[in-house]
Design a protein around this ligand. Structure first.
Ligand code: FES
Length: 193
């Protein structure tokens, strides 16, 4: 297992931003490192269409929190946890998908974690994981569906921002959450409503 997967430091966060820009077919502009803790990038959703819109995405580090054991994860069976706190819209899930994913950890780079709150109007995506498409959704409110192999980018529906991805760190068998890529619905930042 490579060192950068175990230690998603500043370099790892930049790699994630690059993957979003190049693999997810969204353009990356105004790459700003504002504080050393929070990185803000501007991404364009629906590029090349009349609905193209530039929206902010953030990578924010938080204190490490032990959320799961790698050896206890079962293929395509999400495990739930709260992050970065126990507040509103903190419900999140981690899943081993069996296919390589952006930001994935583990030998297959197939373990990822995401917040459950739909970025459109906060509908809960709890219990909506689809093993066949490695997606979360459809949202019960307006049917948004998100691709968990590509940093939670929108597949279809009313939302226009990707699902916030929980950044993970592997330490032996322990999996820690260390930050969030994206903004949790209903919060001005990921720690305050
Ligand atoms: S709240 Fe999920 S699509 Fe509207």
């Amino acid at each position: 297992m490579s060192q950068d997967l175990q230690k998603p430091t500043g370099e790892r966060r930049k790699e994630i931003a690059k993957e979003v820009g190049h693999k997810c077919l969204v353009s990356r502009r105004n790459f700003l490192i504002s504080t050393g803790v929070t990185t803000t990038i501007m991404i364009t959703m629906n590029p090349g269409t009349p609905m193209a819109e530039e929206v902010p995405a953030q990578i924010t580090e938080f204190p490490r929190k032990l959320i799961a054991k790698m050896s206890e994860l079962e293929l395509d069976k999400p495990f739930d946890f709260s992050y970065p706190d126990e507040g509103e819209h903190a419900d999140s899930m981690i899943v081993k998908m069996g296919v390589k994913a952006g930001g994935g950890i583990g030998e297959g780079q197939d373990v990822v974690a995401f917040n459950y709150a739909c970025t459109h109007q906060g509908g809960s995506l709890y219990d909506s994981y689809k093993p066949d498409t490695k997606s979360l959704g459809a949202c019960p409110l307006h049917l948004s569906t998100y691709d968990l192999t590509r940093h939670g980018i929108l597949i279809s529906g009313q939302a226009y921002q990707s699902l916030p991805q929980v950044l993970l760190e592997l330490d032996g068998d322990d999996i820690y959450a260390t930050g969030i890529f994206g903004l949790i619905f209903g919060r001005k930042d990921n720690l305050h409503g």
